[in-house]
Design a protein around this ligand. Structure first.
Ligand SMILES: Nc1ncnc2c1ncn2[C@@H]1O[C@H](COP(=O)(O)OP(=O)(O)OP(=O)(O)O)[C@@H](O)[C@H]1O
Ligand SMILES: [Mg+2]
Length: 333
């Protein structure tokens, strides 16, 4: 799970291979995960001396929240599942739904309940529990939070198989976009949230003032008991054009690298100019879905070429220099 050598900086270095940017969030999550698994290995079960520190990730859609958690669990080789808080709110049987989530965790651990006990559960859309008047909810956002609290606190849960799973060591990560949070913070933090005097260290004060306060989250329907169980908060940045460009080409499993491999399998070299990635990023920014729209735009560009290539073994290289110009298909003579 976590060897002695797996320090927070080692975790961050691993994450860097797959997730672009989000340096603050990576560090916060790495330390949280490090101390979580350290606690588990240092303290015996039942000691109960140290409270669990679950994590809240705040960031726009498509900025890498799920990706970061997924990558982390892969590195730690612990089972990982995701669930949406909103879909938990759409059923009368919220406890059954939560059971099903834990069952999926056990499935991910190849039916090994022992292993599932150390898994990571990511609960997304935690910011959308407040029902607007228009949409009727089967159960209230509060009931969902109360149900979640129980397992976050470590209550044992009975699975369909009749087995019990101890949730005490499962790491819960919650996520949400929290649209408008910056405005709320600007309002509530404006009046000298922490007063300053000459001798205070401005950096520390600034950091404290930039912190999301639990009360900032109440407007999104979160209840105090719930925010209280999420002491660690990491904010994700919106992706800049430059970050989007890097997402397409830098990570080990980036879209560009994947397509280079696909073309190589056809005996063709794929070359795409940096300008093309910039053009794609511009469009993706318009779409406002973070990095999510990159693949679609990319595939649209590649599909017509990939249609032609397999039938033309004389093509040995494809060069794309602009999104708005025909690609250059080089053929053997
Ligand atoms: N920082 C990033 N680095 C690399 N790839 C990224 C990054 N952010 C997003 N992506 C890409 O975009 C896809 C969607 O990202 P992800 O699922 O992590 O978004 P999210 O933040 O969980 O969004 P949502 O709130 O909509 O669930 C990922 O599969 C990945 O390919
Ligand atoms: Mg997600």
């Amino acid at each position: 799970m976590l060897s002695k050598e797996t320090t927070p900086s080692v975790i961050v270095n691993y994450l860097d291979q797959y997730v672009i940017g989000q340096d603050d969030a990576k560090k916060i999550l790495a330390v949280a995960v490090y101390s979580h698994y350290r606690k588990i290995s240092t303290f015996r079960q039942g000691d109960g001396a140290i409270a669990k520190s679950n994590v809240l990730l705040i960031g726009s859609s498509g900025t890498g929240k799920t990706l970061l958690c997924e990558t982390l669990s892969r590195m730690l080789a612990v089972p990982f599942v995701t669930a949406d808080a909103t879909s938990l709110a759409q059923t009368k049987y919220v406890n059954e739904e939560i059971e099903a989530v834990l069952q999926r965790l056990v499935d991910k651990a190849d039916a090994d309940v022992e292993k599932a006990r150390f898994g990571i559960v990511f609960i997304d859309e935690i910011d959308k529990l407040k029902a607007s008047k228009a949409e009727a909810r089967v159960i209230s956002g509060e009931s969902v939070q109360h149900a979640l609290l129980k397992i976050m606190e470590g209550a044992p849960v009975k699975l369909k198989s009749g087995q019990y799973i101890d949730t005490g060591n499962i790491l819960f990560i919650c996520g949400g976009a929290f649209v408008g949070l910056d405005n709320i913070m600007a309002k509530t933090h404006g009046f000298g949230f922490i007063s300053t005097s000459e001798g205070d260290n401005q950096n520390i004060l600034e950091r404290l003032n930039k912190r999301v306060k639990p009360t900032d989250l109440f407007e999104f329907g979160l209840i105090p008991e719930f925010t209280g169980r999420l002491p660690i908060i990491a904010k994700f940045q919106d992706l800049s054009r430059d970050m989007l460009v890097r997402i397409m080409s830098v990570p080990k499993n980036s879209i560009y690298r994947q397509f280079i491999e696909i073309f190589r399998a056809e005996g063709v070299e794929l070359r795409i100019s940096p300008k093309v990635f910039e053009q794609i990023s511009e469009i993706a920014i318009e779409y406002k879905t973070g990095a999510r729209s990159l693949r679609g735009i990319f595939e649209e560009l590649i599909t017509p070429i990939l249609y032609v290539v397999p039938d033309n073994p004389d093509i040995f290289r494809v060069e794309i220099t602009s999104l708005f110009e025909d690609p250059c298909l080089l053929r053997r003579t």
